[in-house]
Design a protein around this ligand. Structure first.
Ligand SMILES: *Cc1c(COP(=O)(O)O)cnc(C)c1O
Length: 646
């Protein structure tokens, strides 16, 4: 008679946050080796270092274990996530499930639940007793892992999914299981049932999406549900014959690393997402030379046309003569020159803060400041349309990232409330770079204050553009007495130079000088950049009429567009014209180019895949005749798709 086995469960967490978990069903001899391996996994997990690791060891009588065979595996590939979900829906149909589309829709919108949804396959009624927790399949393992000879600290996601799918497919009343991982980098999901087997489908979502979920579909009398749940949660199961991972079954089939690069590039071409750079032979200005043709520029972030201003250029040259071409060190070693301090004083004055600190770029500012403020035990609340540099800063910090719906303060409030009490940060673009709208600042700052969270605003497209004199979003709300802790911006857009900055209290800048790694471990901004930026700020402060001109031009341009039936909107100098898919955006940009106008077609991943757009930017130096010309050419270029614009 075989000896009893043990169920070994591990769960690691940091504060309230789950870090990793695993379970094994093993023979007594194998316990020490598996304990060791799971401990290793818990302590060195990419999700963070736990402060609590729970092990549970439970005896299982040998005769209570149910032995099952793994489901046969197939893999299907689709061109897009929509097509992948369509395949899944077709397979559900084939099982005689009528409301397949609704079920698949529900799956792709599930978010943040640890367990699975238990759904009535016909009525779509939720059957899980606790909707927060869901239903979890546990007490299961691969029969091959119990010997103790090949336990590895690495999680074998594929084998674990096969074990789970085999158990679920054999549960009484379960007709199918659907799963999408919430891992942003893992886009393959599956549908499994006793008749279909285990069908992997890729992709089911876009890379980078944190959405994911699991649904168990149940068909049968509702009084039997508790039996199904008891089977899923308590019946010990060992699964035999798990096939090797489809991609590693034959080593000679695995693509070499260069092949991966080639495939990725081919894929970009196929999806109209491949990009190349345009080479200009003239300064950045409202009219440029492109391939020998005079072209009107409607894509530059140099909103005030300062990059080519003679005074700004002279200041750059002057700074080079006085301070040299480079600084030879980071700010805290040899890299701080008088020009850097003058620039920081001017920025603090312009933004009405105690102090300012500059970085090599805006990207460096965001990717350095956020990890300086937050770490693994914090929560960061981030608008879903925030700039890539904010997203990367959040990821670098290791904090838990909670993404809220674009500029939706009710959603932000709900999500903060769901995490309270917590420490951390709320962060938002001031002007959203692809949509041109402005953050709801009073409510944003109010929520941060009420919940004792740091607040951070990115003014990359607001500085020199919005508010009287271009002082930024705070000047749009003159009665507001709340201030963000971090007012971040860039010198590279309306200020026509290069560099990033943070305006804040002296205490905060002191802290950042000591903690922001992109400040400490990167060479100080070149004197030319600092000198040019300083001259540009002085021009903006002394000549507010430039900003007024820009704001007038935006209003004038919108009027022209509206007159032509194009209902564009903006609260800044960014005018998005959403055209739909990438191919359409490319075609419209090409037509405009032929008319002598340069605009950027913006595609995934800068914007969602079905919201490709032309992103037009207005400059202070555009003449009214040029704005009229552009509006008319635009109406012409998108006329094919006119009905879709409104
Ligand atoms: C452009 C941009 C940045 C990065 O600034 P750079 O100086 O170009 O590196 C950061 N945040 C937002 C919102 C931006 O649009």
């Amino acid at each position: 008679m075989p000896s009893d086995c043990f169920s070994l469960k591990m769960r690691a967490s940091l504060g309230m946050r789950h870090i990793s978990g695993a379970e094994k069903i093993i023979e007594p001899d194998a316990i020490p080796a598996h304990l060791q391996a799971l401990l290793e996994r818990a302590m060195h997990h990419a999700n963070g270092e736990p402060d609590f690791v729970n092990f549970k060891l439970e005896r299982i009588p040998a005769d209570s274990i149910l032995h099952l065979n793994a489901l046969p595996v197939r893999s299907l590939t689709a061109d897009t996530p929509e097509a992948g979900l369509e395949l899944m829906s077709g397979l559900l149909d084939s099982l005689g499930i009528n409301r397949a589309r609704e079920i698949v829709e529900l799956l792709s919108k599930t978010h943040g639940m640890r367990g699975a949804i238990l759904l009535d396959a016909d009525t779509l009624e939720h059957l899980e007793p606790d909707p927060e927790r869901g239903v979890r399949a546990t007490m299961m393992d691969s029969a091959e892992s119990g010997s103790g000879t090949h336990c590895s600290p690495c999680k074998n996601h594929y084998a674990e999914a096969m074990v789970l799918a085999a158990k679920v497919a054999n549960a009484p009343g379960i007709v199918a299981e659907l799963c999408i991982s919430d891992d942003p980098d893992y886009v393959t999901g599956y549908i499994a049932s006793k008749t279909l087997g285990y069908v992997r489908i890729s992709p089911l979502k876009l890379p980078g999406s944190p959405f994911g979920g699991r649904i168990f579909l149940y068909r049968g009398p509702h009084e039997n549900i508790s039996g199904t749940i008891a089977f899923l949660e308590k019946q010990p199961v060992l699964v035999h014959g798990i096939p090797p991972h489809p991609q590693s079954s034959n080593p000679s089939d695995t693509p070499d690393s260069n092949e991966r690069i080639r495939t990725a590039i081919r894929n970009l071409h196929d999806r109209n997402l491949h990009r190349t750079e345009e080479v200009f032979v003239s300064p950045a200005s409202s009219s440029v030379t492109l391939h020998g043709h005079d072209t009107l520029m409607f894509a530059s972030n140099d909103y005030l046309d300062l990059a080519n201003d003679p005074r700004v250029k002279d200041a750059a040259v002057e700074a080079v003569r006085k301070y040299g071409a480079g600084t030879g060190g980071s700010r805290l070693t040899t890299g701080t020159q008088t020009i850097h301090k003058e620039l920081e004083h001017a920025l603090a004055e312009f933004k009405c803060t105690e102090d300012a600190i500059t970085f090599a770029t805006g990207f460096a500012a965001n990717s350095g400041v956020i990890p300086a403020l937050c770490s693994r035990s914090d929560v960061i609340f981030s608008d879903e349309l925030n700039h890539a540099s904010i997203i990367d800063g959040c990821r670098l910090s290791g904090a838990r990232i909670v993404v809220y719906r674009h500029n939706d303060m009710r959603d932000l409030e709900r999500k903060i409330a769901a995490c309270t009490p917590c420490t951390g940060l709320v962060v938002s673009d001031a002007v959203f770079s692809m949509d041109g709208d402005v953050v709801n600042l009073p409510e944003f700052l109010g929520l941060a204050r009420r919940h004792h969270l740091f607040s951070m605003i990115d003014e990359a497209h607001a500085t020199g553009v919005v508010g009287p004199g271009g002082h930024g979003v705070l000047s749009l709300f003159p009665g507001l007495d709340l201030r963000p802790d971090i007012l971040m911006g860039t010198l590279s857009k309306a200020l026509g130079s290069e560099g990033g900055f943070v305006c804040a209290s002296r205490e905060m800048t002191d802290y950042l000088r000591n903690k922001a790694r992109s400040y400490i471990f990167s060479t100080a901004p070149a004197p030319a950049s600092a000198g040019a930026a300083l001259a540009a700020i002085r021009i903006v402060m002394n000549e507010p009429e430039r900003v007024t001109r820009l704001q007038h031009n935006v209003a004038f341009f919108l009027e022209q567009l509206h007159g032509l039936g194009i209902h564009a909107r903006t609260e800044s100098a960014i005018v998005p014209i959403v055209v739909g898919n990438s191919a359409r955006a490319l075609a419209a940009a090409k037509r405009l180019r032929e008319a002598g106008i340069f605009v950027s077609p913006i595609r995934y991943p800068s914007v969602p895949e079905n919201a490709a757009r032309l992103r037009l930017t207005v400059m202070a130096s555009h003449k009214e005749s040029e704005l009229i010309f552009c509006a008319e050419a635009l109406a012409e270029a998108v006329s094919v798709d006119f009905c879709r614009l409104t």
